[in-house]
Ligand binder design. Structure first.
Ligand SMILES: *[C@@H]1O[C@H](CO)[C@@H](O)[C@H](O)[C@H]1NC(C)=O
Ligand SMILES: *[C@@H]1O[C@H](CO)[C@@H](O)[C@H](O)[C@H]1NC(C)=O
Ligand SMILES: *[C@@H]1O[C@H](CO)[C@@H](O)[C@H](O)[C@H]1NC(C)=O
Ligand SMILES: *[C@@H]1O[C@H](CO)[C@@H](O)[C@H](O)[C@H]1NC(C)=O
Ligand SMILES: *[C@@H]1O[C@H](CO)[C@@H](O)[C@H](O)[C@H]1NC(C)=O
Ligand SMILES: *[C@@H]1O[C@H](CO)[C@@H](O)[C@H](O)[C@H]1NC(C)=O
Ligand SMILES: *[C@@H]1O[C@H](CO)[C@@H](O)[C@H](O)[C@H]1NC(C)=O
Ligand SMILES: *[C@@H]1O[C@H](CO)[C@@H](O)[C@H](O)[C@H]1NC(C)=O
Ligand SMILES: *[C@@H]1O[C@H](CO)[C@@H](O)[C@H](O)[C@H]1NC(C)=O
Ligand SMILES: *[C@@H]1O[C@H](CO)[C@@H](O)[C@H](O)[C@H]1NC(C)=O
Ligand SMILES: *[C@@H]1O[C@H](CO)[C@@H](O)[C@H](O)[C@H]1NC(C)=O
Ligand SMILES: *[C@@H]1O[C@H](CO)[C@@H](O)[C@H](O)[C@H]1NC(C)=O
Length: 529
């Protein structure tokens, strides 16, 4: 990760035309679809999540329609939005949170945010106003999950909006595709308002960065038209490049504030430069970008175009400096139009083993009513696995246990033979029926199988009954017998005997009930006739 070379990007004169595959704006806590004042199409969140409760912020906290409703989660260790069927590629995902005192407790909560099984951020919401978190990364699957995880007692995670924007393949390519970028700041220097869609087709949010009153800096407007577009891979929008900040005195050095924390973090940054007017022959604007002592070569921002600098994987903190230093022969001061600064996250996980995910999906389909609230990566991040499974600590985790006892499951067991790392399966005290599937006996690592107190029928597969070292519990399945019609084991024989006498009693009751109903019907019939 420690690559300490500043890389200078030569002008790339090409316009990329690959169109974004996903452009989704989800307004959480509502079912409504609508177009907002930025002409963005919003949709409610019904199709992406089933758990949680919808709430409306207090009217005094209204920011925008999307920020007025939210979905809050009071149960579960994590609750996930799941967005399916997206062509793999680089995406920008933004999650927004407007507390707005929706619960009348005047207590904005803090909680964790995950995406695709990766840690994203610890969200700190505000009493007034919204906060948002943004990540740019290359998808490893054809779906995206965003999860909220409770971390503090009594502080319930909520979310107001979730936005997903497909990016072009060449955007943010100077970072290894295995690493996510977490936005720290995205500034439009000299702009007097926030710029986003439709000024930026990718709907990046560029915050205005004005010069403080009385400073030696000044805002300038560009007369460039950018009629040919801009030609760097990040595609900074012309609206952003139309503004700049420069110094009043020509030989001034400009210090850029990055907004970094006091401790060192791996940083990825882009700086964008575009001349604001056609320079006279006797004018020149030449400067260098310094990150501490490392510097770019001297350069002059192009007019009607853009030059971009980036650093990737520098470890920086608030004590490090980024400066624009004019060369001695420059007649004009340095200028800057825009900056993006990100922290580089840990390598993206590839998620839980896909065979295990497949098997878990079969279980979720078979027991939908009970298990539907479990979404997102089953095992990751570590310590946020689904409540009813246990995972090992491999980089690509395996599911080693299913804890599905006492959940009121009914019906027959689906096929989850692909989960071949399972050691423990606990299904006791449900209403599972049908025969015990043979594949259970083929799971190579299985050493504990608890099927007690269900309604399994038929015989116990030999693969299970004859398996050494398997702790098999079959008690409380009254109709479970071996093929020879003798019961599976002495334990279950005893219990079956006891329970079958109970079944006879029930049958006796059942045979009485129809007669009883008939008598009532008859009496009533007589009365009405
Ligand atoms: C909060 O208070 C308002 C008015 O006092 C009330 O209408 C609303 O139902 C309350 N909300 C909650 C979640 O208690
Ligand atoms: C902001 O900028 C726009 C266009 O650059 C301009 O029309 C507008 O007057 C400016 N607003 C303020 C408050 O300076
Ligand atoms: C725009 O492109 C055309 C044709 O490629 C070229 O002739 C023209 O000089 C360009 N304009 C600018 C401002 O770069
Ligand atoms: C900058 O220019 C001013 C005069 O315009 C001069 O007094 C000053 O010494 C110069 N500063 C540097 C660092 O060159
Ligand atoms: C450049 O020349 C113009 C006249 O053509 C003059 O007004 C201007 O002050 C000169 N600029 C500099 C930096 O010398
Ligand atoms: C920068 O250079 C100065 C002098 O050239 C040196 O004293 C200082 O240690 C350097 N700083 C870093 C961070 O390399
Ligand atoms: C710029 O000027 C300073 C002194 O004013 C000098 O030390 C330095 O070598 C000069 N740089 C160049 C590139 O001429
Ligand atoms: C994920 O998979 C890719 C490609 O198979 C591999 O390069 C990468 O190292 C894997 N990442 C992890 C964290 O295992
Ligand atoms: C059996 O499961 C039900 C839920 O389906 C639960 O209410 C009950 O307490 C469980 N019984 C035992 C003995 O665990
Ligand atoms: C066998 O499994 C049952 C329940 O699954 C458990 O109560 C028991 O302790 C286990 N026995 C052994 C020897 O591990
Ligand atoms: C038989 O079933 C009863 C309750 O149904 C249970 O308490 C007991 O442990 C079972 N016996 C065996 C040997 O598993
Ligand atoms: C049957 O149940 C009775 C009590 O309900 C118990 O005393 C007896 O041990 C059970 N028989 C077997 C074979 O488990």
């Amino acid at each position: 990760m420690a690559n300490s070379q500043l890389s200078f990007l030569v002008l790339a004169l090409c316009i990329l035309s690959v169109s974004a595959d996903v452009y989704l704006s989800i307004d959480c806590g509502t079912s409504d679809s609508y177009k907002d004042t930025n002409s963005l199409d919003w949709t409610g969140d019904d199709n992406y999540i089933e758990n949680g409760e919808s709430h409306i912020v207090q009217s005094t906290s209204s920011i925008s329609r999307a920020m007025d409703t939210l979905r809050v989660f009071t149960t579960g260790n994590k609750n996930c939005y799941h967005i399916d069927s997206i062509r793999k590629g680089r995406v920008l995902v933004r999650a927004s949170f407007n507390y707005g005192n929706y619960d009348n407790r005047s207590s904005p909560p803090s909680f964790d945010l995950h995406f695709d099984g990766n840690y994203w951020a610890t969200v700190k919401t505000l009493s007034t106003g919204n906060v948002y978190y943004e990540v740019i990364y290359s998808m490893t699957k054809d779906w995206i999950s965003v999860c909220l995880a409770q971390t503090e007692h009594g502080q319930f995670p909520f979310i107001s909006a979730l936005e997903i924007r497909g990016l072009e393949v060449n955007m943010y390519q100077y970072i290894d595709f295995n690493y996510p970028l977490f936005l720290i700041n995205r500034f439009a220097y000299g702009a007097n308002s926030t710029l986003r869609y439709s000024d930026d087709p990718y709907d990046r949010i560029w915050s205005p960065r004005l010069v403080p009153r009385g400073s030696r800096l000044t805002q300038v407007k560009s007369d460039a038209t950018f009629s040919n577009g801009t030609f760097v891979s990040e595609l900074p929008p012309p609206a952003v490049l139309k503004n700049a900040v420069t110094a009043i005195r020509p030989n001034s050095t400009i210090h850029l504030l990055m907004g970094l924390p006091s401790f060192r973090i791996p940083v990825y940054a882009n700086w964008y430069f575009s001349e604001v007017t056609q320079l006279q022959p006797n004018e020149s604007r030449t400067f260098k970008l310094f990150v501490n002592n490392d510097s770019s070569p001297a350069f002059s921002p192009p007019y009607e175009n853009c030059r971009q600098w980036h650093i990737s994987n520098y470890f920086l903190s608030s004590t490090d400096t980024v400066t624009l230093v004019p060369t001695n022969d420059s007649t004009l001061a340095p200028l800057i139009n825009a900056m993006e600064i990100f922290s580089v996250g840990d390598a993206l996980t590839n998620g839980t083993n896909t065979n295990d995910v497949k098997g878990l999906n079969s279980l979720k389909r078979a027991f939908r009513e009970v298990l539907k609230d479990w979404n997102g990566d089953p095992c990751l991040p570590v310590n946020y696995e689904w409540d009813w499974i246990q995972c090992n600590t491999d980089t690509t985790p395996r599911v080693t246990a299913l804890f599905l006892g006492s959940l009121g499951l009914s019906g027959i067991l689906p096929n989850f033979r692909s989960m071949d790392a399972l050691q423990t399966i606990d299904l006791h005290n449900n209403s599972l029926s049908g025969s015990i599937p043979d594949f259970l006996g083929t799971l190579p690592s299985l050493n504990r199988l608890n099927l007690a107190n269900n309604n399994f029928i038929g015989s116990v597969p030999a693969s299970l009954s004859q398996r050494n070292g398997l702790n098999l519990t079959l008690s409380g399945n009254p109709n479970l017998c071996t093929s020879g019609n003798s019961c599976a084991s002495s334990d279950s024989k005893q219990n079956t005997t006891n329970n079958s006498s109970g079944r006879e009693k029930i049958n006796n009751h059942l045979s009485i009930i129809p007669a009883f109903i008939f008598i009532i019907w008859f009496v009533v019939g007589v009365q009405y006739s």
